[in-house]
Write a protein that binds this ligand. Structure first.
Ligand SMILES: [Zn+2]
Length: 183
């Protein structure tokens, strides 16, 4: 059973030290008594430096290893998942119950030296993440998109391109299209 006494947003603020003293004490007491919430907290702590305000509230997508996602699911977070083949597109959404939205961008990654991710979003514009971490033996890049950002979106389209960089040469490796609709 997943306890919802402490919401994900609240738990994140607690972990970032952004709640006031009385609130912190209330959460402390709850965590002491609640195995469900404390395991969710430790899964968040495992994100280490990866989780930041920009992730919580910004447009940013993070690239994460698959074991971390298992940990997040085991801890009781609600994860919405989309699985796209190279060249694929999907109609996607987010509901108030979702804590994380995860996309599996399928592509053969063996032999790739460096991978950059280019995002062209009709709402937030163009973004580029250089030299993202990826597991060459995995046949997919796993990304997590800020749920807070997604929840603010009306209809929006996001074009994601994976670019393989070798020396000075860039090559389009795979691309994906997300058609986002509010839930
Ligand atoms: Zn709880």
């Amino acid at each position: 059973m997943t306890c919802t006494a402490v919401q994900t947003q609240e738990l994140t603020e607690y972990w970032l030290g952004e709640v006031d003293e009385a609130h912190e004490q209330r959460i402390d007491e709850h965590l002491f008594a609640c195995a469900s919430c404390s395991s969710r907290l430790s899964a968040l702590v495992d994100l280490g430096g990866a989780i930041r305000r920009t992730f919580i509230e910004g447009w940013l997508s993070l690239v994460l290893p698959e074991p971390f996602l298992r940990r997040i699911k085991d801890a009781g977070f609600q994860v919405r998942e989309y699985d796209l083949p190279a060249g694929g597109s999907v109609s996607c959404t987010v509901t108030p119950d979702d804590d994380f939205v995860v996309s599996y961008l399928r592509a053969p990654l063996r032999g790739v030296q460096r991978l950059d991710v280019l995002i062209d979003d009709t709402t937030s514009g163009k973004h580029r993440a250089n030299d993202v971490a990826f597991d060459a033996s995995a046949e997919a890049l796993v990304t997590v998109t800020s749920t807070a950002y997604l929840k603010t979106l009306k209809h929006s389209q996001q074009h994601v391109r994976l670019v393989a960089v070798d020396g000075g040469e860039e090559r389009l490796w795979a691309d994906y299209t997300f058609h986002h609709y509010p839930s």
